[in-house]
Design a protein around this ligand. Structure first.
Ligand SMILES: [Fe+2]
Length: 279
């Protein structure tokens, strides 16, 4: 089934799995029922905000330690001895397709110990900003969430479908932890290469959202996240492009995805994580 979205007014087509798996939810707003950590914030209506990194983390440290983590994984995957000239922006020159699949299987599961910056201090800074005690432990599933270095090669299909993070837990357990999403640009984020979101979509009643359950198929690939086909009769997203010294924070109930890397010859790397209210 072909699905057409609009990103910044431009058509974006994807091939989705079976139309028969689409459904609508109950007439309720999940961010009200389960409580949204973004609700008390000044930006709660749009559901996202671009903030200056200053006071949260040091981008140079994040860049250096992400480069180091990816270089180490690349080294282990490819067995190549000399990666001294490796740069994150040129990642696509250093991997074959099968090697890339192995690399991202690992960069999507980074623990704080894998990174060379003080992740604890970063988490604390987010906690004091949101007025909540935050951590990587999901109190609903009991599982620990990883930090994800999302690596998108230029022009590739390495992007997620249109989705909401909260459906993963809701579809499986009928419950949702209070959490927040953070998206940090590390390199290659400019022009049209930011993260597309649908402002205000976290406040739409579930009977107005047409979607698959977790594990949707898009462009022939199986994703762990759901695929949303339509919300409130809309299919449009707006790209948010944080600058190099900025980041994006957004409600876990917000609809987002299809973050294609449009750069002609530069890999995009972003750091992605969810922080949960610790109860
Ligand atoms: Fe997401």
């Amino acid at each position: 089934m072909e699905q057409q979205y609009l990103i910044d007014g431009r058509g974006f087509r994807v091939a989705m799995g079976e139309a028969s798996s689409l459904h609508r939810g109950a007439p309720e707003i999940l961010s009200d029922r389960f409580g949204d950590l973004a609700a008390p914030m000044a930006w709660s209506e749009q559901g996202y905000m671009v903030l200056a990194a200053d006071g949260f983390y040091d981008i140079e440290k994040v860049y250096a330690s992400t480069t180091e983590a990816v270089r180490r994984i690349l080294q282990e995957v490819t067995g190549r001895v000399d990666l001294s000239r490796f740069r994150l922006e040129r990642y696509h020159d250093f991997v074959t397709e099968p090697e890339h699949a192995q690399v991202i299987a690992r960069t999507r599961r980074l623990f704080p110990a894998d990174l060379g910056f003080d992740v604890g201090a970063v988490v604390e800074a987010f906690g004091s900003y949101l007025g909540a005690r935050l951590g990587f432990l999901n109190p609903v599933t009991g599982g620990e969430q990883w930090m994800i270095a999302r690596i998108n090669r230029p022009g590739s299909h390495d992007y997620n479908p249109v989705h909401k993070d909260i459906y993963e837990s809701f579809d499986r357990l009928g419950r949702i932890a209070r959490m927040i999403n953070v998206w940090i640009p590390v390199c290659g984020v400019h022009g049209a290469s930011g993260l597309p979101v649908s402002p205000g979509s976290h406040r739409i009643s579930e009977d107005r959202v047409l979607r698959t359950r977790s594990g949707g198929v898009m462009n022939g690939l199986q994703y762990s996240v759901n695929c949303i086909a339509e919300w409130d009769g809309r299919r449009d997203l707006e790209t948010i492009n944080p600058g190099r010294t900025e980041f994006l924070i957004f409600s876990s109930h917000l609809i987002h995805g299809l973050a294609k890397n449009y750069n002609p010859d530069e890999t995009r790397v972003s750091f992605e994580f969810r922080l949960y209210e610790q109860v």
